[in-house]
Design a protein around this ligand. Structure first.
Ligand SMILES: Cc1cc2nc3c(=O)[nH]c(=O)nc-3n(C[C@H](O)[C@H](O)[C@H](O)COP(=O)(O)OP(=O)(O)OC[C@H]3O[C@@H](n4cnc5c(N)ncnc54)[C@H](O)[C@@H]3O)c2cc1C
Length: 454
């Protein structure tokens, strides 16, 4: 016999996004069920580089990690060119987070605010009635559970456990192409010898080692412990990143005699947000809602921001008693404002970057085509501000320095990034206009990809 429960909101997935949503919604006074397939002690245990910018916590309005919730303080990023002869240092405060302890704090705070947490509970299907999602069916230790709710939030990560079981013509489904993903893998290792400046995380761009992505070495403050890993672009037939890690990275002197503590990998969606993050009775957040930064692959901060957008939108829908796509629509606007417009514009930049060769990247970093401050600005805002400087360099290059096509394509990317941001500013006010907007979006992508190919 099935056990039936009723809540305002059922959240599938207690990762950083789902737990943030559970905390914010329960604090607002809504009844919340937070369910996860993992046992309690493994909640939040998801492969990650664990780096997160400090600003995200201020933006979401959640206390930053403290004490054992963090494994280190980050003061900036050192970005290495393919030859490693050029190193750009970009300052910026952040943390190496202890993802398990931090997520478990969010879960505890949700429970303290009244949420019910169901661990070892696997959501197997949405309940769809009259064109609305009305809940989910789940299994727990042999029992069948039926959760009924006003809204289901899919926060199940790249599994997209609920979204992918919806009718395929709902625009929230918006399936991802393999080439818009990264296959990422990382190991936690204890080094034989400690490295210089452990408060700086290292990013290495080298397409032989990490095709279509990059590899990283993020030191933790637990002495001599690092998070080392890489992402490779999906859909291109590259080998699993573990192969590259063992072939090219762990054979480097700094990893000699290092000891393995932990290893795992996962798929990361690296594209623009979905056409819509809501539909009748359903919302999507975190990796399930493609909220990852397409350029650097960080998704914890933006996942929490999407949770904040979902919580505010739910409270407005509850006030109006309207949980349809129209009633929940404000979530799209909020997320676009917090992060989505920048994310879509960075998706254009990502497509541009993935067409470059190591030689192009070496040239760009050596000639400081974009300065450290510009790179930081672009990653924070999604806009290449110093276009004038790039144009000036382009004229000098055309006059004899070399690589005009690289610079003209960078300018092309900057123009399309602006167009994309503008399109997101014009996101429709209601679901009825979505089809027309999607057509404009798809036309920007196809004309950009065509222009890049010429
Ligand atoms: C190797 C690697 C390195 C990364 N490095 C960084 C980094 O340094 N910084 C950063 O910000 N981001 C990084 N990311 C991305 C980041 O880890 C994710 O964006 C983020 O953790 C996503 O959180 P989430 O809550 O959306 O999903 P998840 O953390 O994946 O949580 C989803 C949860 O849903 C549960 N679930 C799934 N299906 C069901 C179901 N049917 N029923 C019940 N429960 C279900 C899962 O058990 C899981 O707990 C990295 C990712 C990888 C793979």
């Amino acid at each position: 016999m099935a056990i039936e429960r009723r809540y305002d909101v059922v959240i599938v997935g207690a990762g950083v996004a789902g737990s943030t949503a559970a905390y914010l919604l329960s604090k607002m006074g809504f009844s919340v069920a937070l369910i996860d397939a993992k046992p309690n002690h493994r909640a939040g245990d998801k492969p990650c580089g664990d780096a997160i910018g400090k600003h995200h916590f201020e933006e979401v309005g959640i206390d930053p990690p403290r004490g054992e919730e963090m494994d280190g303080i980050v003061k900036g990023i050192m970005l290495y060119s393919p030859s490693e002869e050029v190193v750009l240092t970009i300052d910026g405060e952040g943390y190496e987070i202890n993802r398990v302890r931090f997520t478990q704090r969010l879960i505890r705070d949700s429970i303290d605010s009244g949420a019910d947490y169901y661990d070892e509970t696997n959501a197997s299907a949405p309940i769809i009635e009259g064109g609305f999602v009305r809940g989910v069916v789940a299994g727990r230790k042999g029992d069948k559970l039926v959760f009924r709710s006003n809204v289901v939030i899919d926060a199940s990560g790249s599994a997209r456990s609920i979204i992918r079981r919806l009718p395929q013509d709902w625009p929230i489904v918006d399936p991802i192409r393999p080439e818009d993903t990264q296959i990422a893998y990382r190991e936690i290792r204890v080094l034989d010898e400690w490295i210089d400046k452990p408060e700086y995380i290292r990013i290495y761009v080298n397409l032989k080692i990490a095709p279509g992505g990059y590899w990283w070495n993020f030191p933790k403050s637990i002495v001599r412990t690092v998070n080392v890993g890489l992402g490779v672009q999906g859909g291109k037939g590259y080998e699993h990143p573990r192969v590259y890690l063992y072939k090219y990275i762990l054979t480097r002197p700094e990893f000699r005699n290092s000891k393995l503590v932990e290893s795992s990998g996962a798929l990361v969606p690296t594209k623009r947000p979905p056409y819509t993050m809501v539909w009748n009775g359903i919302m999507v957040i975190g990796d399930a809602g493609y909220t990852v930064n397409p350029v650097h692959g960080g998704g914890k901060g933006s996942g929490m921001l999407s949770a904040k957008a979902a919580a505010i939108a739910y409270s407005k829908a509850a006030e109006a008693g309207d949980f349809s796509a129209r009633g929940l629509w404000i979530m799209n606007k909020l997320y676009i404002d917090y992060y989505g417009a920048k994310q879509a514009s960075l998706d254009i930049f990502r497509i541009f970057l993935q067409r470059l060769t190591d030689e192009d990247i070496e040239y760009g970093l050596r000639k400081r085509i974009m300065r450290e401050s510009d790179l930081y600005e672009t990653s924070v805002t999604g806009v290449i501000k110093n276009k004038r400087g790039i144009f000036d360099k382009l004229s000098r290059v055309i006059a004899g320095l070399g690589r005009p096509s690289l610079l003209s394509k960078l300018i092309l990317a900057a123009e399309y990034m602006d167009r994309m941001k503008k399109l997101y500013e014009e996101y429709p006010e209601t679901p009825e206009k979505l089809g027309e907007w999607i057509a404009r979006l798809n036309s920007i992508y196809s004309s950009f990809e065509k222009a890049l190919a010429t």
